[in-house]
Design a protein around this ligand. Structure first.
Ligand code: NAD
Length: 497
């Protein structure tokens, strides 16, 4: 579909008619064993988009059988071969950018312009890792006492289980699948039940790109544990890479201990957004809009706690509330929509409960705060002012378009408040002082720091958190290392005495 095309119901139907609805196992699209299906809905209307195969534990095992069957042959392919498949995948996703964007808008709700941005970001993992595939260096050195040579090579970890969330249906898949392909791993991908269609289309595109049967198997299911449970007990599986909430991550870490699996855990966040007294307030408001409103606030990197120096708090809050209040809510396919629906009714209820409790605890509503009636799960962009430091909302991952603003007096207090969280994923600092940026970055316990910037995600950068935000990194050279393991070979030095 060309970018200029108006989205009509006919165009939506046409796109949906091309999406595979089966399970991808050993290169074939199949029905679920037992023939079960589940419905995928549009969160803007609550209406069914498609009915797709609902994988069972038996299907999950068949997918692992496939991943195991081609494990050794795939690991031996030339890096250039894997690189070219990834590059072709990048080209095909880019050629079909409008299809991917519309599909994500339909199943997840984000506005079309944002979905297009995600296609660019998600496709970039395919290009970045295609370039990294041929540069996965080992090393060769003489041992310190001179008796041995030390040869270190990187080997693929082996069959991986990749579990993705619903908020970035394409990028969360490519961020795992691309480095796994680059490293020479085979895999079973389990997408979130709300947004499996994008992964199914992506898998089809990777088949077209020349990915051999069995390397990427996709099992969408209405029961996540029916897939992860048996797979993680099977000793052929060697790694689980999970992106999702911290409570589910904890459970999977416990399950991973059974077979001592390699794990990558990209979990929840509670990002502080610190505005110092010397910040350019207008730039800070722009940054706040990006850091808060990307994906309607349904992002692990979403700014969640606005810590603003008391001398600029009023100015910042009134400008921020005006910008938030001016955004148009609507179905993501409607031109002019800036804010789509929340993923489902339960999530919207949780968001509103946090707002109500914050107000009971002393916060005032600067804009928004009243959920919208009618079809779809809409929640208005909301700014809460004067939020007390001990309010529940500041300790919770909001995962919605709500911005609580609280104040601080000194740099030390800002750092203390920012670090007072079990999470440590993204953080944002706004100041004109570069020395302060480095000083605060040293003290702040977060895996990522945005300086005068509300957007930090980049395929070439190591994305990930500390504390209960997770383990490991995705993107950058670190993202490839997650799928390889070092093997050391000791060789006697022929010239050693
Ligand atoms: P979720 O934890 O509910 O689900 C994530 C995935 O795990 C889905 O595929 C789901 O089906 C599966 N899952 C759920 N229960 C499971 C179980 N018992 N066993 C195995 N798999 C299970 O999270 P979500 O609601 O899809 O996504 C939102 C969360 O993801 C937020 O906490 C957000 O911060 C986090 N997230 C983190 C990152 C990151 O990079 N750190 C990126 C995006 C989202």
């Amino acid at each position: 579909m060309p970018e200029t095309a108006t989205v009509t119901p006919e165009l939506e139907r046409l796109l949906l008619s091309t999406i595979p609805t089966g399970l991808l196992i050993y290169g074939e699209w199949r029905d679920a064993s037992g023939g079960g299906t589940f419905a995928v809905e549009d969160p803007a209307t609550g209406k069914k988009l498609l009915e797709i195969a609902d994988a069972t534990s038996a299907d999950a095992m068949a997918a692992l059988d496939a991943a195991d069957a081609v494990r050794a042959s795939w690991a031996r392919t030339a890096p250039r071969v894997r690189a070219e498949i990834l590059r072709r995948g990048f080209e095909l996703v880019t050629e079909r950018a409008e299809d991917f964007a519309l599909l994500m808008t339909l199943e997840m709700g984000k506005p079309l312009a944002e979905a297009r941005g995600e296609v660019t970001y998600g496709a970039e993992f395919l290009r970045w890792f295609s370039e990294e595939t041929v540069r996965d260096y080992g090393r060769y050195l003489t041992s310190p006492e001179g008796k041995n040579k030390i040869l270190v090579q990187r080997k693929p970890v082996g069959p991986c289980l990749l579990i993705t969330p619903w908020n970035f249906p394409l990028a969360m898949a490519t961020r795992k699948v691309a480095p796994a392909i680059a490293a020479g791993c085979t895999m079973v991908l389990k997408p979130a039940k709300f947004t499996p269609l994008t992964s199914l289309l992506f898998a089809q595109v990777m088949q077209e790109a020349g990915l051999p049967a069995g390397v990427l198997n996709v099992v969408a299911s209405s029961s996540a544990s029916a897939i992860s449970g048996p797979l993680m007990k099977d000793s052929r599986l060697r790694k689980v890479s999970f992106t999702g909430s911290t409570p589910v991550g904890r459970r999977l870490l416990a399950d991973a201990s059974h077979n001592v699996l390699r794990t990558s855990m990209e979990l929840g966040g509670n990002a502080p957004f610190i505005v110092f007294e010397d910040a350019d307030v207008d730039k800070a408001v722009q940054g706040a809009m990006a850091a808060k409103m990307r994906n309607m606030g349904e992002a692990c990197t979403a700014a969640n706690r606005f810590l603003v120096h008391e001398s600029v708090a009023e100015d910042f809050t009134s400008k921020f509330a005006a910008a938030m209040g001016s955004l148009t809510l609507g179905r993501g396919t409607d031109p002019g929509t800036a804010v789509g629906p929340i993923i489902d009714g339960g999530a919207r209820k949780d968001i509103h409960a946090l707002v109500t409790e914050a107000v009971e605890q002393g916060a005032s509503v600067a804009t928004g705060g009243i959920p919208q009636d009618g079809a779809g799960y809409f929640y208005p962009p909301t700014v809460l002012a004067n939020v007390p430091h001990d309010a529940t909302i500041l300790a919770s991952e909001i995962f919605g378009p709500v911005a609580p603003v609280t104040t601080f007096r000194t740099e030390e207090e800002a750092v203390r408040l920012a670090n007072a969280s079990e999470y440590g994923l993204a953080s944002y600092l706004f100041s004109r002082d570069h020395a302060r940026m480095l000083r605060v970055a040293e003290q702040i316990e977060f895996g990522m720091v945005g300086f005068n910037s509300g957007m930090i995600s980049n395929a070439a950068a190591p994305f990930g958190g500390v504390k209960q935000s997770g383990l490991g990194r995705e993107g950058g050279a670190e993202g490839l290392a997650e799928y390889t393991t070092a093997q050391y070979i000791a060789i006697p030095d022929p010239y050693a005495a």
